[in-house]
Design a protein around this ligand. Structure first.
Ligand SMILES: [Mg+2]
Length: 404
């Protein structure tokens, strides 16, 4: 990746009123109503999440529930179901992780994605993910797109709820200038007060202060604040864990039963997994296939390989063999997942003198870079083509096993 001096494309996403939004999907009668998820006033509980209708009354999270009820006596108080929220969060984060080369989850409802170098624009990636999360889980999200984390996060805040705010490179300072200093990371109520004493209300005011005055008043922290006020932030998006398994899955908008189509989906998922393995410089010993039927029954099957791989032919071939064992022909499928686990560092030195392998790798790298630039459909591997052609040429009936 030649990230060099190119501006980065950072997306920030936050689920709007997350716990409340999940409750609305479970209890549609709550939609549009002033309600909070939180503890009871008797138990001295606090608001964990407030619906937008409740926020109109000045209710916000971390406020004691008793105080919220004084502001809005008809307020509905729902007690939290955290396992459900975690489960929904996990699903949403899995979608994000699958779509971005680099993803950092910040909390249960918030993440940064670095999509620098991806052919699609940040805004169109964000728009698609926003629509997909709403469509699949009925959960609204807000998105900020900018050249760094600081500005992307503030852009999300500005657009909430259901927002999508993009700040083009070079316009960071201008975007921040009219906003209150309080929106700036690192400015709490005390700093806000001290800034107000010297006439600083907006981020633009802060950016315009003379460095000497800042240093004199706030020390080195003051200079840092000014740099943030100009929209500068070099912090990288860091993958927060070393994944022990890399997988891709797809829930279909309509259940599929056609064996050729199913094979093609397995191929596509295998390609995604192989691409991510290579990008993260991992190989895996175990290939997994996951299938879910329309009644939500879900199975996972796996096979250990003779040697670790990051290549499409092995992953696809193994996944197809697993599909052969697991799929009950004629039964339609709701979700397919392909994964590779037992990850290790690449062990390529074993094959250093294998010329065909070198050619294969060059081919894979070329395909990866073309796809990164032009999207997943820009090129099909010869192996992939063969498999599809084979599948199409077999003339199989829907109820026959599809693996050759
Ligand atoms: Mg949120």
């Amino acid at each position: 990746m030649n990230k060099g001096d190119l501006p980065r494309t950072i997306l920030h996403v936050d689920l709007d009123a997350f716990y409340c939004s999940v409750e609305e999907t479970l209890q549609p009668s709550l939609r549009g109503k002033a309600f909070v998820v939180g503890g009871t006033p008797e138990g001295r509980g606090v608001v964990a999440s407030a619906s937008y209708a409740a926020r109109v009354y000045g209710i916000h999270s971390a406020m004691p529930t008793a105080q919220a009820l004084r502001l809005a006596p008809d307020l509905i108080v729902v007690s939290g179901r955290h396992h459900v929220y975690s489960e929904q969060s996990r699903k949403v984060m899995a979608i994000l992780r699958e779509k971005a080369p680099l993803m950092q989850q910040i909390s249960i409802d918030e993440a940064f994605l670095d999509v620098t170098g991806v052919s699609d624009s940040g805004a169109s990636i964000a728009r698609r993910l926003q629509a997909r999360i709403l469509d699949e889980y009925q959960l609204p999200t807000s998105w900020g797109i900018a050249s760094n984390k600081l500005v992307a996060k503030i852009a999300t805040e500005v657009g909430k709820p259901a927002g999508l705010v993009q700040v083009p490179p070079g316009e960071e300072a201008g975007f921040l200038a009219p906003l209150g200093v309080r929106m700036l990371w690192g400015v709490g109520p005390k700093t806000q007060e001290r800034l107000a004493e010297i006439g600083v209300k907006t981020i633009g005011d802060l950016a315009a202060l003379h460095p000497d005055l800042l240093r004199q008043r706030f020390g080195e922290h003051g200079l840092e604040l000014a740099s943030r006020a100009r929209g500068e932030d070099e912090r990288p998006v860091v993958e927060e864990h070393d994944p022990r398994s890399i997988s891709a899955e797809r829930t279909f908008s309509e259940d599929i039963v056609d064996p050729v189509e199913i094979q093609q989906k397995v191929l596509r998922l295998s390609e995604q997994v192989a691409r991510r393995l290579r990008k993260e410089e991992r190989m895996g010993w175990t290939v997994k296939l996951k299938l879910r039927w329309p009644d939500f029954e879900t199975i996972t099957r796996q096979t250990k390989l003779r040697q670790p791989t990051d290549r499409v032919p092995e992953i696809f071939g193994t996944a197809l063999a697993l599909l052969d064992q697991a799929w009950q022909g004629g039964r339609s499928i709701r979700l397919i997942g392909v994964g590779v686990s037992d990850l290790v560092e690449p062990v390529r030195q074993l094959e250093l003198f294998d010329r065909t392998w070198e050619e294969e790798e060059r081919l894979q790298e070329a395909i990866d870079s073309i796809r990164e630039r032009y999207g997943p459909d820009a090129v099909r591997r010869a192996g992939g083509l063969d498999a599809e052609t084979r599948a199409q040429g077999t003339g199989l009936e829907a109820d026959e096993p599809v693996v050759d």
